[in-house]
Design a protein around this ligand. Sequence first.
Ligand code: AMP
Length: 286
Amino acid sequence: MKIIRSPAAMIAWSEALRREGVTIGFVPTMGALHEGHRSLIREARLQCDALVVSIFVNPTQFGPHEDLAKYPRPISHDRTICRKEGVDVCFEPTAEAMYPAGFQTTVTVPAVAHRWEGEVRPHHFAGVATVVTKLFGMVRPHRALFGQKDFQQSVLVQRLVKDLNLGVDIVVRPTVREQDGLAMSSRNMYLSPDERGRAVTLYKSLQAGAKVIRTGGTDAKTVRSAMAQVITRESTITTDYLTVCDPLTLEPVASVRSRVVLLGAIRLGSVRLIDNLLVNTPPQNS
Ligand code: AMP
């Protein structure tokens, strides 16, 4: 496996392969790789001839009071996983190479970004959209894989690729979960044993909402209160949002008429967790 740190070297490697007609798959990550990342890497390995994984903790997508400094960076563990999974290039640019003096362009996707995560983390999605655009410019992939775990991010990336004609095929893969249902996340390692036990409450809350829909409920308010009830049982958990949305626009719906996404974000002590479920409405009896 090759480790590339300079953007120019990354571009040169990809361009050489593209000239030979090799399809390049790409999995962008912030490292601290777990089974969720691994499932994206494995799928990319199957779908593409050559595979690049980037490891870059992007400072511009963190707010001033967020966890940038303490974000886990177990680089040798990450490289070992990449090697085991048959990754061809681990791309590890530095922040200085990504944002050199004079850098000033920002990519924004306002309608997708303004709600939910964007409301709680105001500059987050501009940071994500900009870094993804830059990484695509450096890795020049044919296909890039993202996790449904970060649902709003996956919608934003699809929108931006379409709007800017970036020519990258975007694949979104299902959320990988722990045995009890907790969505895997690099941030789960911040949870104390006691918090870890209660962290699954978010998934249970989404499941309670999904059950209302699957048993014929159509009123979004009823779905939201079923979700909220599960969280309220845990007095130490606070809710950032629990919502029922159109999966394409991320606008909240008043009544559930077709496929919806249930989005949730909670806080457990100092740890913030997000999760989501896509839910289909039950077939209509004619
Ligand atoms: P991150 O390192 O958190 O920026 O995530 C890199 C990619 O892995 C993103 O596309 C995430 O959505 C995806 N990802 C993170 N956690 C999971 C998970 N539990 N299941 C599937 N994909 C995930």
